[in-house]
Ligand binder design. Structure first.
Ligand SMILES: Cc1cc2nc3c(=O)[nH]c(=O)nc-3n(C[C@H](O)[C@H](O)[C@H](O)COP(=O)(O)OP(=O)(O)OC[C@H]3O[C@@H](n4cnc5c(N)ncnc54)[C@H](O)[C@@H]3O)c2cc1C
Length: 402
């Protein structure tokens, strides 16, 4: 087995130190405080500072606004930022969409946007889900109607995370309702400051801020269309496949499964629980860690998180989410009521880490595709099973009739 051991020479060690310095300067307590307050998973000053270093698109050459990092350095940057708890959702959605912009946007639009993205001035969010169902993205009903060189968009998207911090949304629209559902879609990059766009906050139990976005007679120039009219599904596939299957690096450095960054968060929570077990005192003066049952439960939690990290591809996505929910609940059960005190409350443990982990874990079963939908992906794309047939579908009716 290739464990891809990395030799840390002086040069690489200097880079690690540079990243840690950057984090000490820019991922400050104020950044964490803002995140706790807003749940936006974005900090403008930090994002711009990343841009100034060329670290938004770190592998691109400096003439494209990047830092020309090799894969090892890129991975170091990624892991150090993650360990520091740097807010990064908008960074992630921007990178996802950029691939499609470079492939499908008119060359002048791509040439205008890439340097702005690299500097941190332009950011993208994902406008897929609609109130009638986010799992079936191809059922989108938001309408785009063409009039010469302009399109008029009407509809509503929900859970457009980061819209309040982005300049454009990567919007899937219906342009021909008479075509089969996957064939009547067109993709746009809609400027979020367009008249008729209205963004409203949604706050989740996990402390995240996402949005409902209304589009009322929003006029968009054809310049902002990505790919062919009615060919939107093909444009969407790239970013969607990356969310479902990963970026496709096969270099021994990348995460094995989807959702591993969440699991690494949970590793921190388990370590926090071990700290609690070593320092807390029971009424008889003993420490929880002295109890073999506590040690066994902490060991099991650590093992479960490790197993979720080692589960590859879309299976990892299901395993990570289910482990997060179970382990977070298990830690609360083990520690007791104090674990449910939120950050800032009198007597809260580990800065409220256990309460937060418990709430945050729930959403991981939903966004980026629910764990049920990932099970379908595993069935069809990993196990090669046929597409599921649902009650009410024509296929089921046909098969019963025959
Ligand atoms: C915090 C948060 C952030 C999000 N960010 C974004 C974002 O930035 N952009 C964006 O576009 N969306 C975003 N989403 C939306 C997310 O992708 C959807 O919520 C998710 O895909 C599920 O869609 P839904 O909520 O409409 O549920 P539905 O699709 O209505 O599903 C309801 C239930 O039915 C199950 N189900 C549906 N279809 C199937 C099936 N075929 N087989 C088995 N079970 C099925 C689901 O698993 C679920 O349990 C976000 C959601 C949350 C909560």
């Amino acid at each position: 087995m290739d464990f891809s051991r990395i030799e840390v020479d002086d040069d690489l060690a200097a880079f690690v130190a540079e990243v840690r310095d950057f984090i000490a300067t820019h991922v400050t307590e104020e950044v964490h405080e803002e995140e706790r307050r807003t749940g936006g998973s974005f900090n403008l000053a930090l994002h711009k500072a990343l841009g100034a270093k060329g670290w938004i698109l770190p592998r691109r050459p400096p003439e494209q606004g990047g830092a020309g990092l090799d894969r090892v350095r890129e991975r170091v940057l990624e892991l150090e930022m993650e360990r520091a708890g740097a807010p990064d959702i908008t960074l992630g959605t921007t990178r996802l969409v950029l691939t499609a912009v470079e492939k499908y946007a008119a060359p002048d639009l791509a040439a205008e946007l890439v340097p702005k993205v690299a500097r941190g001035d332009v950011r993208f969010c994902l406008g897929y889900s609609e109130p009638d169902g986010g799992s079936d993205i191809a059922a989108a009903r938001t309408r785009a109607v063409r009039d010469g060189d302009q399109w008029t968009i009407n509809g509503q998207k929900i859970f457009t995370t980061g819209a309040q911090n982005c300049q454009y949304t990567f919007l899937i629209t219906r342009t021909d309702p008479d075509l089969p559902k996957h064939k009547g879609l067109t993709m746009f990059l809609v400027p979020l400051d367009s008249p008729g766009v209205e963004i409203g906050p949604i706050h989740t139990v996990g402390g995240e801020r996402t949005n409902v976005v209304y589009y009322g007679d929003v006029c968009v120039s054809d310049r902002y269309r990505l790919g062919p009219v009615n060919g939107g599904w093909g444009v969407l596939r790239g970013p969607l496949d990356e969310e479902h299957f990963g970026a496709g690096h096969d270099d021994g450095l990348s995460d094995l499964g989807i959702g591993s960054s969440w699991a690494r968060r949970q590793e921190r929570d388990v370590r926090a629980a071990v700290r609690w077990a070593r320092t807390a005192r029971r009424p008889d003066g003993s420490r929880p860690i002295d109890d073999p049952r506590v040690r066994a439960r902490l060991g099991q939690a650590a093992l479960d998180v490790e197993a979720s990290l080692a589960t590859p591809g879309p299976m990892g996505r299901v395993r990570v989410s289910e482990t997060m929910i179970e382990v977070a609940a298990g830690l609360v059960d083990l520690i007791g009521p104090e674990a449910l005190l939120p950050h800032g409350a009198d007597g809260c443990l580990e800065d409220g880490a256990f309460d937060y982990a418990h709430r945050f874990a729930q959403g991981t079963a939903i966004y980026g595709g629910t764990t049920e939908v990932f099970r379908n992906i595993i069935a069809q794309h990993v196990l090669g099973l046929p597409r599921p047939v649902y009650p009410g579908s024509r296929k089921l009716a046909d098969s019963r009739g025959s």
